[in-house]
Write a protein that binds this ligand. Structure first.
Ligand code: PSU
Ligand code: MN
Length: 303
């Protein structure tokens, strides 16, 4: 086993017994939501995964150790520290680990640690992608490269239109990443069920998702699969309200010259400020929805 990795006893037992396990990221805890809603949400997500027949493995870096499966105290610790915890994507791993620091894992890093541990399914809210204006800034999230090379299924609610959704889909196509709509032909846009962009394939059951990913793994095709699960109708936002907030946040970040790894956390926080917490409530609900689907799919994959 990897000398830098600690798998919690519960997660280890589940993996050894061939039981379904679902990975969860920690940047959504430290940088994606404010305290205490972040901790509350992280703990509820774990509960929902259990209720749907799988074992949760929240992933983070504590004292330079890669952790697959956190204790309640560790989740509380990351949630309270918030922005003080380093956001760790692929390029950050070597220094954070060798300096024995704490780190919150992005989608990319969570996929890396999940794959090291042998976890095949991962649930989150939204993924990083190709940013608006990337044709000059070259701001493309490392999440997309990770989807191209690491064999983990990522269940999300699509991507926020802080990104250029069209370019994000083009990038994923080039990299050979299947983009699946769960019960939909259209890419969901996180807070809303529709984006105006089509997905590659629509699949309608956890069994179909599991079968497609199983085929990918068994053919030895490199990389993951992106499952986009629309936010439940009752929690989705008014597209006009949310798109206005997003446009405003993007404008403000340009004016302030925000760049690099700060961009995504800045935009997420700004959108929350502008919408006065409505977006946070929707965000929490869509994560729960993704957790349930990921657990059912992980169960179908282990059958
Ligand atoms: N998008 C969201 N919510 C998030 C993130 C992105 O809607 O919490 C976080 C995830 O951890 C994701 C990361 O992996 O931001 C992407 O950051 P960047 O764009 O810097 O790669
Ligand atoms: Mn970036």
């Amino acid at each position: 086993m990897n000398a830098y990795l600690d798998i919690s006893p519960e997660v280890k037992a589940a993996l050894d017994a061939g039981k379904p396990v679902v990975a969860l990221e920690s940047t959504i805890i430290s940088h994606g939501m404010p305290y205490p809603q972040n901790v509350e949400t992280a703990l509820n997500v774990e509960k929902i995964i259990r209720e749907n027949g799988a074992v949760p493995a929240t992933i983070a870096i504590i004292n330079g150790r890669l952790k697959a499966g956190l204790s309640v105290d560790e989740i509380e610790y990351l949630g309270k520290k918030g922005y003080e915890v380093t956001k760790v994507s692929r390029r950050d791993l070597p220094v954070i680990v060798s300096k024995k620091m704490d780190g919150a894992t992005t989608v990319a890093t969570t996929m890396i640690v999940a794959a090291m541990a042998g976890i095949k399914v991962f649930a989150t809210g939204g993924i990083g992608g190709v940013h608006r204006g990337a044709e000059t800034t070259m701001d493309v999230s490392a999440d997309l490269e990770e989807l191209a090379m690491t064999p983990v299924m990522v269940v999300c609610a699509g991507a926020k239109s802080i990104l250029d959704l069209g370019l994000t889909l083009e990038y994923l196509e080039t990299k050979g990443v299947p983009v699946i709509g769960y019960g939909t032909d259209e890419l969901p846009a996180f807070y809303t069920r529709k984006s105006g962009f089509g997905v590659d394939y629509r699949l309608d059951t956890p069994e179909e998702l599991a079968a497609a990913f199983d085929a990918k793994l068994k053919m030895g095709l490199k990389g993951g699969m992106l499952v986009t699960n629309p936010i439940p109708e009752e929690y989705s936002m008014d597209p006009e309200v949310i798109n206005k907030a997003i446009d405003e946040a993007v404008e403000e970040s340009k004016k302030l010259g925000i760049h690099g790894k700060q961009t995504t956390p800045y935009l997420l926080a700004k959108i929350k400020d502008i919408t006065g917490g409505d977006s946070l409530a929707s965000n929490i609900r869509l994560v729960y929805n993704n957790a349930a689907l990921a657990a059912k799919t992980a169960a179908a994959l282990e059958k």
